[in-house]
Design a protein around this ligand. Structure first.
Ligand SMILES: NC(=O)c1ccc[n+]([C@@H]2O[C@H](COP(=O)([O-])OP(=O)(O)OC[C@H]3O[C@@H](n4cnc5c(N)ncnc54)[C@H](OP(=O)(O)O)[C@@H]3O)[C@@H](O)[C@H]2O)c1
Length: 268
């Protein structure tokens, strides 16, 4: 599927992977509709795209606010005569042990509200257009860590797993009506999101441009899943042997955290 001539709505386009993906897709001839809260950053991405000869529109919106999503989707639908794909990329991550979350139910609520409800709300609003056109592709962004379970991200990973499950239902129910879906399972990527955790400073991570390439591939090739081989293997092991697949890697993760913390202490 060539991107030239397509219109793609991309959330979380003001920074990190979303901003990079928007630039690549615009360079390949797509019209990109950029959604996020920070208007100034969206405008910067838009200006870079336009300076490069591309076409971008900005739609500032807080995707944790259902009313704001309705207004934003209504504007997009009114202004864009065709919409080929929606990439639900905006998200917030929280790294916190469950034991330190005992009085923090709001962590779970706000993570689900943005990462899951926000993505579903935008999808539901654009679906009628996809059905009218007879086609539409939905890309939902998840994490390798739902395939290879890691500790300390319970709120974040639960919200991503919910989104994966919604994606499967969408494909199963509406695939025959021209709706296609991709779930992208990113490993750790060097972006503002991952940089918020100090001990990850020296952790090897995927480059943001490579990660953006996965979103572009999701829109061009429309596979059901884009993931690393390790993630695919993790999914199989988790389905076949959930006990050992969850328990056995945990000492490794604890060891990795210790190593990263000592590297940070040494190198600063
Ligand atoms: N980085 C990683 O290691 C990693 C690993 C696995 C999966 N992922 C996933 O990859 C995707 C992109 O993450 P990233 O690393 O590029 O993060 P990022 O640089 O922090 O970007 C997050 C984007 O989401 C937007 N956003 C956050 N809250 C929002 C809200 N309430 N309403 C609207 N937009 C909101 C932000 O824009 P505003 O602040 O302007 O609203 C920003 O554009 C996410 O789905 C993330 O879960 C990332």
């Amino acid at each position: 599927m060539k991107l030239k001539g397509q219109t793609i709505v991309l959330t979380g386009a003001s920074s990190g992977i979303g901003a990079e993906a928007a630039k690549i897709m615009a360079r390949r001839g797509a019209t990109v509709c950029l959604v996020a809260r920070r208007e100034e950053q969206l405008r910067e991405v838009q200006e870079l795209i336009e300076a490069d000869g591309g076409c971008a529109f900005i739609y500032p919106c807080d995707l944790s606010d259902n009313v704001a999503i309705e207004a934003c989707a209504a504007r997009i639908l009114a202004e864009q005569p065709r919409i080929d794909a929606l990439v639900n990329n905006a998200a917030h991550s929280i790294r916190r042990p469950i034991e330190q979350s005992l009085d923090r139910l709001h962590d779970y609520q706000r993570t689900v509200q943005l990462n899951y409800i926000g993505a579903v709300a935008m999808t539901l609003k654009l679906l009628p257009r996809f059905l009218e056109q007879g086609h539409g592709h939905v890309v939902n962004i998840s994490s390798l860590s739902t395939q290879v379970p890691i500790p300390l991200f319970s709120a974040y990973l639960a919200s991503k797993s919910a989104l994966e499950s919604f994606t499967r239902s969408l494909q199963a129910e509406m695939g025959h009506q021209g709706i296609s879906t991709t779930v992208v399972y990113f490993p750790m990527v060097r972006t503002p999101m991952s940089s918020r955790t100090a001990i990850y400073k020296y952790m090897p991570m995927m480059h943001v441009k490579k990660a953006a390439g996965w979103i572009v591939e999701a829109c061009e090739k429309r596979p059901a899943r884009i993931a690393r081989p390790m993630g695919k293997l993790g999914s199989v092991l988790l389905a076949a042997l959930p006990g050992p697949a969850t328990k056995l890697p945990q000492p490794l993760f604890r060891g990795m955290d210790k190593l990263l913390a000592s590297q940070l202490k040494k190198k600063g």
